[in-house]
Design a protein around this ligand. Sequence first.
Ligand code: 9L3
Ligand code: MG
Length: 134
Amino acid sequence: MKLTLVVACALIDADNRVLVAQRPEGKALAGLWEFPGGKIEPGERPEQSLIRELNEELGITVKEACLAPLTFASHAYESFHLLMPLWICRRWEGPVTRKEHQDLRWVRPGKLRELAMPPADAPLIPPLIELLGP
Ligand code: 9L3
Ligand code: MG
């Protein structure tokens, strides 16, 4: 099965809230709330993909990010297998701006369960709560 490599990022604000973004109409998984990110392009290192995707989708420049522990998502869709590490970023420049998504929300980690998320993202909630608290 085809392997698709994707990066996703939990942006964390000063109140320990997490940014989630609602996927656009007309794209796969439209309307679901995801950790923003996207496909790793051929030749990119994952951290370059992270910086590029967050700039394209949110208009920000990531200044520092690390891989969150125990948060490497893996999900087999019908036509491809998705592998997706979750990054954690607390330091970026520029205002967070909605560029591609339907909507953006800052939520407490414990509230993430109330949102409809893609099947790859939902299993990342418990380790994120472990890391950030509820
Ligand atoms: N995807 C799932 N969860 C996420 C992200 C960023 C992406 N948090 C899935 C949706 C698409 C594929 O990965 O099937 C590529 O993502 P995009 O390029 O449509 O953002
Ligand atoms: Mg994307």
